[in-house]
Design a protein around this ligand. Sequence first.
Ligand SMILES: C[S@@+](CC[C@H](N)C(=O)[O-])C[C@H]1O[C@@H](n2cnc3c(N)ncnc32)[C@H](O)[C@@H]1O
Length: 250
Amino acid sequence: MLGKIIGSLSTGKTPCNPSIHIVDMCAGDGLGYGEKEWSSPGIIAKHVHSSFYGSNRIKLRTAHLFELEEQTFARLRARFGTVSQLTLENRDSKGWTLNNINVKPNDCVFIYADPNAITTLPVTEELIASFTPTTLFLMTLGCNVGGCKRLPREDRDQWMKTSIRVLDGAHRNHDILLIWLERDSSQWAYLSAVPRVWSADTLADSIKAGRKLWPSGVDGLSLRINGRNAIVEKFKDLFLTKTEIDQQPS
Ligand SMILES: C[S@@+](CC[C@H](N)C(=O)[O-])C[C@H]1O[C@@H](n2cnc3c(N)ncnc32)[C@H](O)[C@@H]1O
């Protein structure tokens, strides 16, 4: 997603200024994983400095990375502390909003939130309210290893409320996509805000790419294509137990 955003900024054919602020709210230690050795700090560092035809049109690329845990932060700093344009902060990103950085109207903003538990989710009402019309967003859901359903109902309700708030706060030029792994015990999923013109392609590409990595399949929904109710029903499936869904007033 970040590569596509940077690529489109270089064309000058977007509603944004040729400037991007990237915010990684849950950076981790930057250690790569998987075949391509991905980590969000690694991907961000790559895209902040990528050079390609037209990249000189992008006038500003900066990134803020937050990591809560001291030791994890020390490893993150050892890996990325000297990379220019990256600001690393050893603190809880909960409470942080876009008002904390100097974003000019129409600057592109990309926010990524990848907590490992609902309890540290930094996506607050205040953060969502600070989104500009050119803020794109990606959040992972259900990423705790033990499975989200084992957590107290209040925590899961809070996560669902936040997800619905993202859905209802969608700018008219954006779409909200919910993509999930089929038959995954921890019900891993992600929720993103993408430009409306990218939505059908992003949905199809994510499902196709996901199916290559996850043999049981990947599926998804779009706010603009499938409607709000379809996504809210899927949130219930992700966050509530079968008994809790059955007990809901119809
Ligand atoms: C799932 S890992 C992140 C992985 C990373 N995004 C990647 O792709 O390599 C979650 C990390 O975010 C940190 N974290 C979780 N909640 C946070 C918060 N509210 N503020 C800052 N860091 C947070 C955790 O300490 C942990 O290191």
